[in-house]
Design a protein around this ligand. Structure first.
Ligand code: INI
Length: 182
Protein backbone atom coordinates (compact mmCIF):
# COMPACT_ATOMS: atom_id res chain seq x y z
CA UNK A 1 0.00 0.00 0.00
CA UNK A 2 1.24 3.48 -0.89
CA UNK A 3 2.24 5.46 2.22
CA UNK A 4 0.96 9.03 2.51
CA UNK A 5 3.69 11.65 2.34
CA UNK A 6 4.31 12.90 5.92
CA UNK A 7 3.13 16.44 6.63
CA UNK A 8 6.44 18.31 7.31
CA UNK A 9 4.76 20.55 9.92
CA UNK A 10 3.61 17.48 11.90
CA UNK A 11 6.98 15.75 11.48
CA UNK A 12 8.80 18.72 13.01
CA UNK A 13 6.06 19.44 15.57
CA UNK A 14 6.01 23.06 14.49
CA UNK A 15 3.81 25.45 16.46
CA UNK A 16 1.47 27.21 14.12
CA UNK A 17 -0.93 30.00 15.03
CA UNK A 18 -3.60 31.01 12.54
CA UNK A 19 -6.18 33.72 12.94
CA UNK A 20 -9.89 32.89 12.98
CA UNK A 21 -12.52 35.02 11.31
CA UNK A 22 -15.18 35.71 13.91
CA UNK A 23 -16.55 39.12 14.87
CA UNK A 24 -18.63 37.73 17.74
CA UNK A 25 -18.12 39.94 20.78
CA UNK A 26 -15.46 41.95 18.99
CA UNK A 27 -15.37 45.74 19.43
CA UNK A 28 -14.35 47.50 16.24
CA UNK A 29 -13.58 51.15 15.58
CA UNK A 30 -13.92 52.22 11.96
CA UNK A 31 -11.99 55.44 11.44
CA UNK A 32 -13.20 56.77 8.08
CA UNK A 33 -12.40 59.99 6.26
CA UNK A 34 -15.12 62.08 4.58
CA UNK A 35 -12.96 63.23 1.64
CA UNK A 36 -14.01 61.28 -1.48
CA UNK A 37 -16.95 60.07 0.58
CA UNK A 38 -18.65 58.46 -2.43
CA UNK A 39 -15.80 55.90 -2.34
CA UNK A 40 -15.22 55.72 1.41
CA UNK A 41 -18.90 55.01 2.15
CA UNK A 42 -18.64 51.92 -0.09
CA UNK A 43 -15.56 50.79 1.88
CA UNK A 44 -17.52 51.21 5.11
CA UNK A 45 -20.38 49.16 3.61
CA UNK A 46 -17.91 46.40 2.71
CA UNK A 47 -16.42 46.35 6.20
CA UNK A 48 -19.85 46.31 7.90
CA UNK A 49 -20.99 43.49 5.63
CA UNK A 50 -18.05 41.31 6.71
CA UNK A 51 -18.58 42.13 10.40
CA UNK A 52 -22.31 41.34 10.14
CA UNK A 53 -21.71 38.05 8.34
CA UNK A 54 -19.10 36.90 10.84
CA UNK A 55 -21.22 37.44 13.95
CA UNK A 56 -20.54 41.09 14.77
CA UNK A 57 -23.18 43.42 16.17
CA UNK A 58 -24.10 47.05 15.60
CA UNK A 59 -23.61 47.82 19.31
CA UNK A 60 -19.98 46.75 19.24
CA UNK A 61 -19.11 48.69 16.06
CA UNK A 62 -18.31 52.41 16.16
CA UNK A 63 -17.73 54.61 13.12
CA UNK A 64 -15.63 57.74 13.67
CA UNK A 65 -15.50 60.17 10.74
CA UNK A 66 -12.64 62.60 10.19
CA UNK A 67 -12.12 65.25 7.47
CA UNK A 68 -9.50 63.56 5.29
CA UNK A 69 -6.97 60.73 5.19
CA UNK A 70 -4.38 63.03 6.73
CA UNK A 71 -6.45 63.09 9.94
CA UNK A 72 -6.87 59.31 10.15
CA UNK A 73 -3.61 58.47 12.01
CA UNK A 74 -4.11 60.75 15.05
CA UNK A 75 -7.71 59.60 15.45
CA UNK A 76 -6.74 55.95 14.97
CA UNK A 77 -4.02 56.32 17.61
CA UNK A 78 -6.48 57.71 20.14
CA UNK A 79 -8.89 54.85 19.41
CA UNK A 80 -6.17 52.24 19.76
CA UNK A 81 -5.05 53.70 23.09
CA UNK A 82 -8.57 54.12 24.48
CA UNK A 83 -9.04 50.52 25.58
CA UNK A 84 -12.52 50.67 24.01
CA UNK A 85 -11.74 48.63 20.90
CA UNK A 86 -10.25 45.28 19.91
CA UNK A 87 -9.16 46.64 16.51
CA UNK A 88 -9.11 49.87 14.55
CA UNK A 89 -9.99 49.85 10.85
CA UNK A 90 -8.69 52.86 8.93
CA UNK A 91 -10.70 53.55 5.77
CA UNK A 92 -10.10 56.37 3.30
CA UNK A 93 -9.49 57.21 -0.34
CA UNK A 94 -6.64 59.34 -1.63
CA UNK A 95 -6.92 59.95 -5.37
CA UNK A 96 -4.09 61.56 -7.35
CA UNK A 97 -4.73 65.05 -8.69
CA UNK A 98 -2.59 67.36 -10.75
CA UNK A 99 -0.44 68.58 -7.84
CA UNK A 100 1.98 66.83 -5.43
CA UNK A 101 -0.67 67.11 -2.69
CA UNK A 102 -1.60 63.43 -3.21
CA UNK A 103 1.91 62.29 -2.29
CA UNK A 104 1.90 64.18 1.00
CA UNK A 105 -1.57 63.06 2.06
CA UNK A 106 -1.13 59.42 0.97
CA UNK A 107 2.39 59.23 2.40
CA UNK A 108 1.47 60.71 5.77
CA UNK A 109 -1.64 58.53 6.06
CA UNK A 110 0.30 55.34 5.31
CA UNK A 111 3.22 56.30 7.55
CA UNK A 112 1.00 57.43 10.41
CA UNK A 113 -1.18 54.33 10.32
CA UNK A 114 1.90 52.09 10.18
CA UNK A 115 3.45 53.88 13.17
CA UNK A 116 0.21 53.56 15.11
CA UNK A 117 -0.06 49.87 14.25
CA UNK A 118 3.49 49.24 15.43
CA UNK A 119 2.99 50.80 18.86
CA UNK A 120 -0.60 49.64 19.41
CA UNK A 121 -1.65 46.69 21.55
CA UNK A 122 -4.61 46.11 19.25
CA UNK A 123 -4.50 45.64 15.46
CA UNK A 124 -4.65 48.84 13.41
CA UNK A 125 -5.53 48.05 9.80
CA UNK A 126 -4.65 50.01 6.65
CA UNK A 127 -7.72 50.26 4.45
CA UNK A 128 -6.89 53.50 2.70
CA UNK A 129 -7.07 53.43 -1.09
CA UNK A 130 -4.29 55.32 -2.86
CA UNK A 131 -5.07 55.42 -6.56
CA UNK A 132 -4.08 57.35 -9.67
CA UNK A 133 -7.66 57.66 -10.92
CA UNK A 134 -11.25 57.72 -9.72
CA UNK A 135 -11.90 54.61 -11.83
CA UNK A 136 -9.23 52.68 -9.93
CA UNK A 137 -10.82 53.74 -6.65
CA UNK A 138 -14.30 52.68 -7.84
CA UNK A 139 -12.90 49.30 -8.89
CA UNK A 140 -11.63 48.72 -5.34
CA UNK A 141 -14.76 49.93 -3.59
CA UNK A 142 -17.12 47.08 -4.34
CA UNK A 143 -16.82 46.57 -8.08
CA UNK A 144 -14.23 44.87 -10.36
CA UNK A 145 -11.36 44.59 -7.88
CA UNK A 146 -13.38 43.68 -4.79
CA UNK A 147 -13.89 45.86 -1.75
CA UNK A 148 -10.86 47.00 0.24
CA UNK A 149 -13.08 47.84 3.20
CA UNK A 150 -14.20 44.21 3.35
CA UNK A 151 -10.57 43.07 3.02
CA UNK A 152 -9.59 45.38 5.86
CA UNK A 153 -12.34 43.95 8.11
CA UNK A 154 -11.16 40.39 7.39
CA UNK A 155 -7.57 41.40 8.15
CA UNK A 156 -8.71 42.96 11.44
CA UNK A 157 -10.54 39.79 12.55
CA UNK A 158 -7.57 37.61 11.66
CA UNK A 159 -5.16 39.87 13.53
CA UNK A 160 -7.41 40.12 16.61
CA UNK A 161 -7.45 36.32 16.80
CA UNK A 162 -3.67 36.11 16.35
CA UNK A 163 -2.98 38.78 19.01
CA UNK A 164 -5.27 36.93 21.44
CA UNK A 165 -3.57 33.60 20.81
CA UNK A 166 -0.15 35.16 21.30
CA UNK A 167 -1.33 36.86 24.47
CA UNK A 168 -2.65 33.56 25.83
CA UNK A 169 0.54 31.75 24.86
CA UNK A 170 2.57 34.34 26.76
CA UNK A 171 0.30 34.29 29.80
CA UNK A 172 -1.97 31.20 29.96
CA UNK A 173 -3.56 32.47 33.22
CA UNK A 174 -5.17 35.23 31.12
CA UNK A 175 -6.88 32.68 28.85
CA UNK A 176 -10.15 34.11 27.54
CA UNK A 177 -9.16 37.74 28.03
CA UNK A 178 -9.35 40.05 25.02
CA UNK A 179 -5.86 41.41 25.45
CA UNK A 180 -4.11 44.06 27.45
CA UNK A 181 -7.07 46.42 27.45
CA UNK A 182 -9.80 43.80 27.16
N1 INI B 1 -7.86 63.74 1.68
C1 INI B 1 -8.26 62.52 1.31
O1 INI B 1 -8.71 61.73 2.15
N2 INI B 1 -8.14 62.12 0.02
C2 INI B 1 -7.63 62.95 -0.95
O2 INI B 1 -7.58 62.53 -2.14
C3 INI B 1 -7.20 64.24 -0.57
N3 INI B 1 -6.66 65.14 -1.57
O3 INI B 1 -6.33 64.67 -2.66
O4 INI B 1 -6.51 66.31 -1.34
C4 INI B 1 -7.34 64.64 0.78
N4 INI B 1 -6.96 65.85 1.21
C5 INI B 1 -7.36 66.40 2.48
C6 INI B 1 -6.43 66.00 3.62
O5 INI B 1 -6.57 64.64 3.95
C7 INI B 1 -6.71 66.80 4.90
O6 INI B 1 -8.03 66.56 5.31
C8 INI B 1 -6.54 68.31 4.72
O7 INI B 1 -5.26 68.60 4.17
C9 INI B 1 -6.66 69.03 6.10
O8 INI B 1 -5.62 68.61 6.99
Amino acid sequence: MKKNKPDPAVEMRVHELGGELSARGVRIAIVASRFNSFIVERLIDGALDVLRRTGGSAESTTILRCPGAFEIPPLARRCSESGMFDAVLCLGAVIRGSTPHFDYVAGEAAKGIAQTAMSSHVPVIFGVLTTDTIEQAVERAGTKAGNKGADAALAALEMISLYRQLHEALDPSQSGSTGRHG
